[in-house]
Design a binder for this molecule. Structure first.
Ligand code: IPM
Ligand code: MG
Length: 371
C-alpha cells in the first residue's frame, strides 16, 4: 500500500532554513517518543532553488510536492533576488505551489498566548485571550487574475496593472470553508471586502449573502469593509471569530493580526485544497506567516515558534494527530511561560534565547509533558 504520510519539506531561504532545522528536532523527538513516522523528502524552493537550478521551483520539486500528502514550508525571498525577472523571483516558487495545487483556503489563526499578552504593542485588555481565525482566499484575486503586466504606452510612458477578479464558485468554496471553521469555533463569520468601491467586492458580498441563506443559517454572519476591518482589528480584535476575505486583503489583514499576538514570528498557517478523492485528505501546505527575514538570517536570532505551530497544524489537519498537535502547542506555551524569549518577543525579566535555545526550551517542555 502506498504511504499516505508523505511529507515534502521545503525550508526555502533566509530564516526558513534555520526555523526548519529547529522544526526537524521536534519531528525527531516525536519519532523517538511517539513513534511518529513520516515518509519525508526535502527539496529546494525560492532563492536557494534559483541559485542551484536557475528557477525558484523545478518541475521535479513541484511534482514531488504534488505527490506528497503535506508540504512543510519555511520562507522564501531575499534582497539579492530583487533584480530578477518576475518569473524567477523566489516568491514565484511559493505562488506556483499554491496555484498548481489549488490550495485556495489559507487558515491563519491569531492566538495570544497568556505569557505573551504584554509583548503585544496593544494593551493587555485589548488582546488578552484573543483567538481569531483569518481565512484568506489564496488562489485568486489580484495575485493571479488576468490581465496583469507592465505595458509600454504609445506616449512613451509605461503602465503596470493587476486585476482583482472573483467568480461565484471561487467565492462559494471559500465561504463554505468559513462556515465549516465557524461551526467548530464560535459560530461567527465576518466577510470582508470593499463592495463600496470594487465590483469584485459587490459580487463577493452578494454570493456570501446567498450562501449564508442557503447553507449557513446556523452561523452568525456580518459584512465589513476591509479598511474598517483593519481598524477594528487594532481597536477591538476580540469581536471577531472567523474573518473570510480575498487574497490581497487577507495578506494585509493577517500581518496586522499577527502583531496582535506579539510578533509576526508567532503566526502559523495552513493552506488547504479540496479533499483528495482517494485519500479524503486535502492537499495541504503548512508555513509560518513571516517571511525569510534576511536581516537576521544565519545569526541564530529567528523565532521558530510560528514554524512549530505550522507543523502542529499539519499534524491536526492533514494527519488527524490532534494529541501530538496538542503536545507541540502546549510545549510552545510552556516554553513561553518559562520565560524564554527570542528577540522579537523579548520582555523585561525574561531570558533571551536564540532559535536553537528556543527549540531546546520547547523540547524540554515536551519531555516534561510526556512524563
Ligand atoms: C504571505 C507572504 C506571501 C504573500 C509572499 C511571500 C509572496 O507575504 O504568505 O503572506 O504575499 O502571499
Ligand atoms: Mg504576507
Amino acid at each position: 500500500m502506498a504511504s499516505n504520510r508523505k511529507v515534502m519539506v521545503l525550508p526555502g531561504d533566509g530564516i526558513g532554513v534555520e526555523v526548519m532545522a529547529a522544526n526537524m528536532k521536534v519531528i525527531d523527538w516525536l519519532a523517538k517518543h511517539k513513534s511518529l513516522d513520516f515518509d519525508m523528502s526535502e527539496g529546494l524552493v525560492g532563492g536557494t532553488s534559483y541559485d542551484a537550478h536557475g528557477t525558484p521551483l523545478t518541475d521535479e520539486t513541484l511534482a514531488d510536492s504534488v505527490a506528497s500528502d503535506a508540504i512543510l514550508f519555511g520562507a522564501v525571498g531575499g534582497p539579492q533576488y530583487d533584480a530578477l525577472d518576475f518569473s524567477l523571483k523566489p516568491e514565484r516558487g511559493l505562488l506556483t505551489l499554491r496555484k498548481e495545487m489549488d490550495l485556495f483556503a489559507n487558515l491563519r489563526p491569531a492566538i495570544v498566548f497568556d505569557a505573551l499578552v504584554d509583548s503585544s504593542t496593544l494593551k493587555r485588555e485589548v488582546v488578552e485571550g484573543l483567538n481569531i481565525m483569518i481565512l484568506r482566499e489564496l488562489c485568486g484575486g489580484s495575485y493571479f487574475a488576468e490581465p496583469r503586466g507592465i505595458d509600454d504606452q504609445a506616449d512613451g510612458t509605461r503602465k503596470g496593472y493587476d486585476t482583482n477578479a472573483y467568480s461565484t464558485p471561487e467565492i462559494e468554496r471559500i465561504g463554505r470553508v468559513a462556515f465549516d471553521l465557524a461551526r467548530k469555533r464560535n459560530g461567527k463569520v465576518t466577510s470582508v471586502e470593499k463592495s463600496n468601491v470594487m465590483y469584485s467586492g459587490i459580487l463577493w458580498r452578494e454570493v456570501m449573502t446567498e450562501l449564508h441563506q442557503a447553507e449557513g443559517s446556523d452561523i452568525e454572519m456580518g459584512h465589513m469593509y476591509a479598511d474598517n476591518c483593519a481598524m477594528q482589528l487594532v481597536r477591538n480584535p476580540r469581536q471577531f471569530d472567523v474573518i473570510v476575505t480575498d487574497n490581497l486583503f487577507g495578506d494585509l489583514l493577517s500581518d496586522c493580526a499577527a502583531m496582535l499576538t506579539g510578533s509576526l514570528g508567532m503566526l502559523p498557517s495552513a493552506s488547504l485544497g479540496l479533499p483528495d478523492a482517494e485519500t479524503g485528505l486535502p492537499k495541504a501546505m503548512y508555513e509560518p506567516v513571516h517571511g525569510s527575514a534576511p536581516d537576521i538570517a544565519g545569526q541564530d536570532l529567528a523565532n521558530p515558534l510560528a514554524q512549530f505551530l505550522s507543523f502542529a497544524m499539519m499534524l491536526r489537519y492533514s494527519f488527524g494527530q490532534s494529541e501530538e498537535a496538542d503536545l507541540v502547542e502546549a510545549a510552545v506555551a510552556g516554553a513561553l511561560a518559562s520565560g524564554k524569549r527570542t528577540g522579537d518577543i523579548m520582555a523585561p525579566g525574561c531570558e533571551q534565547v536564540g532559535t536553537e535555545g528556543m527549540a531546546q526550551a520547547v523540547l524540554a517542555e515536551m519531555d516534561k509533558l510526556a512524563r
